[in-house]
Design a protein around this ligand. Sequence first.
Ligand code: ISC
Ligand code: MG
Length: 445
Amino acid sequence: MKQISAIIDQLDTALAGEWPDAPGIRQLSYSLQKQPDTGLLEWLSAQPCYPKFYWQQRDGHEEAAVCGDCCSFGDMQRAQEFIRQHQDISDLHIWGLNAFNGADSSDVPANALFLPRIELCRLGNTYWLRCTLFSAVSLHEEAHRTRLFLRSLVASRALPPITSRVVQHQHLPAEPQWNQLITRALKSIEQQRFDKVVLARKTTLTLSQPLNACAFLAASRAVNHHCYHFMLAFTPQQAFLGSSPERLFLRDHTELFTEALAGTVANHSDNQKAHELGEWLLSDGKNQRENLLVVDDICQRLQGGAHSLDVMPAEILRLRKVQHLRRSIHGELTDADDAGCLQRLQPTAAVAGLPRQAARKFIAEHEPFDRQWYAGSAGYLSNEQSEFTVALRSAAVKGHHLELFAGAGIVAGSDAAQEWQEIENKAAGLRTLLEEHYTPVVQAG
Ligand SMILES: C=C(O[C@H]1C=CC=C(C(=O)O)[C@@H]1O)C(=O)O
Ligand SMILES: [Mg+2]
């Protein structure tokens, strides 16, 4: 990426100039004249600086690779206040993750939303590099720190092949405990404690060697189409990533786009068979109920914050391993308030249940692991536009371990064995990227 190193030299010269010895914020932006010779994910993978975040919008039109933090935020409210305080810098973007339980989650780092030092972005075929300087003390000192940071950046290189093999796997809950959990959930639904609860499983894969998170995400992006692809790398060995089909919300000024994505059937490689499965899904009562409860939840939660809500007819979203029912929802916000949107929409009934509080209580009491980032959200906020995907079809990379997450909506009429198969299919979107590389060990004798 010769162009990028030329821009970094230009940036270094600008930073070596005169900067006020006073608090402040500045942005320097440079267009790339042509498409870089390697991808943004390859560039990000090579950089030895953390945190780093990658994002690709599900229609593939927008992509960003960002790294280094000039400032980090414990929650969306603080991130939004920061953007509002610095309205004069029109293009400030804050990127990252929101935990499932939001800021009240005890054991996840609270600073997963950050204002990066460097952003390499693409919109269609247009590329640019943006550098942000922020200091509450001295921009002069910050310019110096940024120059040191720039020196740590390295040239892009090809992603390594995935050579990690799965040595062992462990499901939490395992299938017998899952069956008990579903029985208990169905009983609570019968007793009218709630109408729906979404229950999930964590599968820990032990690997033969640590997994390169960027290479894994690239492998997923190559095959898992119609998905948002995201990754937050905290350290060289630790990252959270995913390829999720679900939009939490897109805000464009005061226009809001969200959706109810719930109700699932397997995909099939044969188009005719896949179509028949999709037709079945559209007419199945249990799956329609799962989806319509999400519509109800979203419409209720948006009351007072948005008007002119339009709910589109159900459509089938066909993914590599599964197909879903989706109803798109569009509305007009009373105020361009991202923290408000997050608070109203996360978690939707596609990942928690309805009524929300009762379902969350059931999850907290009965699900045998902490969701942390799973079913939270990943994306960015900025003045004009913000977008977050629901952090599904996701995994935590932890050195030799990969934790895969998958859940399913439980409503009256759910069957434990079918829901187990459904979460197997959902987890397969990421899991098969490793297993396809798996060569069984041939036993001697
Ligand atoms: C909770 C998950 O999926 C949600 C989104 C789409 C379909 C779902 C379902 O049919 O159960 C879930 O509500 C997950 O992938 O972990
Ligand atoms: Mg389902």
